[in-house]
Structure formats: structure tokens, C-alpha cells
Design a binder for this molecule. Structure first.
Ligand code: CO
Length: 141
């Protein structure tokens, strides 16, 4: 009688342990490094991947997506505002310009701004009315 209770206890322990392991593993994102974005000239591009001649950064919920983008020299990046709030794209500071303007027009909903990166380097930018909105374009040869 006592032995059978031990077996029941052991089975219950294995079941509970299994459920805990399943919950912990199940809660993990399946593949966090494969966020995709839509671009104009291809269906989808992995964030940080070197892309073709044009790519799009979406401005939504007061954030730039993708926030960090790696492109080849000569690439035109197009920022499209999907927010009702007006945003813009300016260099984070003078040293980070890479040709990006220090001042820029505000974009209404659906409006866009395009800039062609002709200088190799890493160029950080922000939205001037909302300086917490930042992004980075890494331009490679
Ligand atoms: Co803004």
C-alpha cells in the first residue's frame, strides 16, 4: 500500500516537472532574431541585413521600425509615417549626420522622407519633436 503511494507521488512529480519545463520553454519566443520588415523592392528583409538599393523604415507608435538598419552605400532609405502624430527624421547630432539634415519637415500620416546614403559609416537619427525616438543606419561599402 505504502509503495503504491510512492509510485503515485513519483508520477505526479514527473508530470508537474514536465508541465513546468513545457511552460518555460513554450513561453520563449520562437526565433527572436528573424523580425521581418516589408521593403519596396522585395517582399521581406531581415533586420540588420544588407539590403538592395531601396528600403523602408516605418514610423509607427512613435518608433522607427526597424530601429537599426544596415545598408550598402548608395542605398535610398525611405521613412514612412503611419502615425496620426507628425514626426520627422534628423541627424542625432552633428557628428552623426552623414549628410542627414539637422532640421527637417514634419511628416503627416502617410507622408514620407527619402535620403540616399553616400557615405560609409554609422548614422544615428531622431525625431526632433520627440527626441526619445531614435534610429541608426549603418552604411557599408
Ligand atoms: Co516623433
Amino acid at each position: 500500500m505504502r509503495k503504491s503511494w510512492l509510485i503515485v507521488g513519483a508520477v505526479a512529480l514527473v508530470l508537474v516537472g514536465g508541465i513546468i519545463v513545457w511552460l518555460v520553454l513554450g513561453a520563449r519566443p520562437q526565433n527572436s532574431s528573424t523580425n521581418t520588415i516589408n521593403t519596396n523592392d522585395s517582399t521581406a528583409t531581415v533586420e540588420e541585413e544588407v539590403v538592395a538599393s531601396q528600403t523602408t523604415v516605418t514610423i509607427k507608435n512613435s518608433a522607427f521600425t526597424p530601429q537599426n538598419l544596415k545598408v550598402k552605400k548608395g542605398t535610398t532609405v525611405k521613412w514612412v509615417n503611419e502615425d496620426a502624430v507628425r514626426h520627422n527624421v534628423v541627424a542625432l547630432n552633428e557628428s552623426a549626420q552623414g549628410g542627414l539634415p539637422a532640421e527637417n519637415a514634419l511628416l503627416g500620416k502617410g507622408e514620407s522622407y527619402s535620403f540616399t546614403f553616400e557615405t560609409v559609416g554609422t548614422f544615428e537619427y531622431k525625431c526632433s519633436p520627440h527626441p526619445f525616438m531614435t534610429g541608426k543606419i549603418e552604411v557599408v561599402q
